[in-house]
Design a protein around this ligand. Structure first.
Ligand SMILES: [Fe+2]
Length: 180
């Protein structure tokens, strides 16, 4: 596995999370309430993988690497992506709070969850689109085999500090179920 394969796998994980969010939004529209167990599974992934291991790999390693070799245009794009990651982290906190205050049969506790899910969904969809249309193609064009190997070593060190190398497999299972 090299760094590009790892990133491909993590983008697929993000796509599953996006599907899980869409499934929750449909459920809320139909029944007036979320599946709170699935919502907490999604938050577990968002807080403990996406906002930690995945974000650290992108911001602290990948973006730094591209900036070292990149042109001013790519620097601008990456700074924008970092701001979007920060916005998403804020939305995850809002969603966590709303999920913590959810009470069955109290409709007013569902609206904040639905609103946070919508905002999170829109942000995530934009980011995944950028990863497919900009980030991954840029990496495929520009990374040498030696750089891919070095980045992968850095990614593995990030995983060691964030739930270990099996975390991605664990979240793949959880999100496949949550996405339906
Ligand atoms: Fe990403």
């Amino acid at each position: 596995m090299d760094a590009l394969e790892t990133l491909d796998r993590e983008v697929r994980l993000e796509e599953l999370a996006l599907q899980a969010v869409e499934r929750e939004l449909v459920l809320i529209r139909r029944t007036g309430r979320p599946d709170i167990v699935r919502l907490h599974q999604l938050l577990d992934y968002a807080r403990n993988f996406e906002d930690r291991a995945h974000r650290e790999k992108e911001e602290d390693h990948l973006f730094v690497h591209i900036k070292e070799h990149g042109n001013p245009a790519s620097r601008f794009q990456l700074d924008e992506m970092a701001r979007e990651l920060e916005k998403e982290a804020r939305l995850i906190r809002v969603l966590s709070e709303a999920a913590g205050e959810f009470k069955l049969n109290v409709p007013g506790t569902v609206d904040p969850i639905r609103d946070a899910l919508r905002d999170y969904h829109d942000c995530m969809r934009t980011r995944i689109h950028k990863e497919h249309s900009y980030l991954l193609p840029l990496l495929r064009r520009s990374l040498t085999d030696e750089e891919k190997g070095r980045l992968e070593e850095e990614f593995q060190a990030v995983d060691q500090g964030n739930g270990g190398p099996d975390a991605i497999g664990k979240y793949e299972k959880i999100l496949k179920q949550a996405a339906g």
